[in-house]
Design a protein around this ligand. Structure first.
Ligand SMILES: *Cc1c(COP(=O)(O)O)cnc(C)c1O
Length: 445
């Protein structure tokens, strides 16, 4: 565990005076397009705590958006990065390669679902990994159409904006978008018109019909889906839906891409969320939790697809940077040695039972869902109405922030509170964070 005391501590209002000062500098120096959820400026972090510049210690239920799953400044990662940064920082793998890149690819080929022959390629960001997965699928199939889902989030570059569903803030005013991308319904149990029981079957039928009528199976290179949707509101597809889609893809020679950038690396209580859905993706994109906070991303998949691309067709100056690779190897070792998948399951059992008890008491909590340490509540108007309640969601989140708990929101309708604690968070801090949520909900509901 890190040297950061594992205790919540409020010395000032949140944000404190020093953070407010820095925030004035931000407005003068940083593009207004780069927003911040909670303008407390962080000085140190570790375990489940973020320490800000005013000396406040906040409980972290965000992990920098599912990135610091192993904790901030995790000891093995600090050591590996120190060592690597002293040896060399960059050569460009495409010019003169190095072993660390190979070791990360070998590890990815091993921990991702399926025992088939695999290859990987490394990039810098999740968006870049998604772009490359689409490039590979198009090249390997000789087809161009791509199918994405309602509520999907795949990034902010031009191609990935086109795949992302939500307009504001991700796409608004940034078009035109990349072409030949089609959107189909997601099997979203809570909001399925005929109810959750028929959701998987009906959503799959709609998927098949729409792709057939509007795109044509033989034109489709890939279907891309998050096994648990992240920014879209931690939507867990109705059981059986993903497997049906994956099998249908296989029948039609279509590449099934699982975007596990948010759900991967032990976050959902397994190495990857696809496993729980009984799905072996053809290609899988990873980033976020892969390297304990250093920028790294990957595409891993069937050797015959990954090797279909001509030499020099994939790459990038920084992709698979040696320092990021060293961090990834240490993060993967930490997940194995410390059984962080098991830790995610323990977080789930505590969070879900407590949040379900709250849902039984407060009818503004319409749904509690997620898996592992990727848990959310969907807030509604209540009193029999399941209309989204984005105003209450924003109020609850802001109130949690004032009490020193970092929470994030999500959802196409902005009405989902999502919780992504570091997998190494202590049980006391976890329960204290939930106490804060419970107090705030009791006050505001
Ligand atoms: C965050 C995210 C991305 C984009 O990753 P960046 O590193 O921000 O480019 C893509 N897909 C999913 C599912 C994500 O959660």
């Amino acid at each position: 565990m890190s040297m950061v005391p594992q205790q919540r501590l409020l010395r000032t209002e949140i944000p404190g005076p020093r953070s407010l000062e820095l925030h004035v500098r931000k407005s003068a120096a940083v593009s207004a397009g780069v927003g911040t959820t909670l303008p407390v400026y962080i000085e140190r972090a570790g375990g489940g705590i973020l320490v800000d510049v005013d000396g406040n210690q906040l409980i972290d239920f965000g992990s920098g958006i599912a990135v610091t799953s192993v904790g901030n400044a995790a000891p093995r990662i600090v050591e590996a990065v120190r060592q690597q940064v002293g040896d060399f920082t960059h050569t460009c793998f495409m010019v003169t390669p190095y072993e660390e890149y190979l070791a990360v690819c070998e590890a990815l080929n091993e921990v991702t679902p399926g025992t088939h022959e695999k290859r990987s390629a490394l990039f810098n960001s999740g968006s870049e990994a998604v772009e490359n997965a689409i490039k590979i699928a198009r090249h390997a199939t000789g087809r161009t159409a791509v199918i994405a889902f309602d509520h999907a989030y795949h990034g902010r570059t031009n191609l990935t904006m086109a795949l992302t569903a939500k307009s504001m803030p991700y796409k608004h005013g940034f078009g035109p978008f990349a072409g030949d991308i089609y959107r189909v319904p997601m099997a979203y149990p809570y909001r399925w018109p005929t109810g959750p029981d028929r959701c998987a079957e009906e959503a799959f039928a709609a998927f098949v019909e729409q792709v057939h009528a509007q795109v044509g199976e033989t034109n489709v290179a890939a279907v891309i889906v998050e096994p648990i949707q992240g920014e879209g509101g931690f939507i867990v597809p109705a059981p059986g839906f993903l497997r049906a889609v994956a099998e249908w893809c296989r029948e039609h020679g279509i590449v099934f891409i699982a975007d596990e950038i948010q759900s991967g690396f032990c976050r959902t209580g397994d190495w990857f969320a696809s496993t729980h859905e009984g799905v072996v993706p053809d290609l899988i994109t990873t980033a976020k939790g892969i390297a304990g906070g250093l920028p790294l991303a990957a595409v891993t998949g069937r050797a015959e697809l990954m090797d279909a691309v001509h030499g020099g067709g994939l790459g990038g100056t920084y992709g698979g940077n040696p320092v990021a690779c060293a961090a990834a190897l240490a993060a993967i070792e930490t997940m194995r040695a410390d059984d962080l998948a098991g830790a995610a399951k323990r977080i789930e059992s505590i969070m879900v039972s407590r949040l379900q008890a709250m849902a039984a008491k407060y009818d503004v909590i319409g749904d509690v869902r997620g898996r592992g340490a990727m848990i959310a509540v969907e807030l509604v108007q209540g009193g029999g109405s399941t209309q989204p309640n984005s105003a209450l969601t924003a109020q609850i989140s802001a109130a949690c922030h004032r009490e020193g708990l970092v929470t994030l929101t999500a959802g196409t309708f902005g009405n989902v509170l999502r919780f992504l604690p570091p997998l190494v968070i202590g049980e006391d801090l976890l329960n204290e964070g939930i106490d804060i949520i419970e107090g705030v909900v009791a006050r505001l509901a």
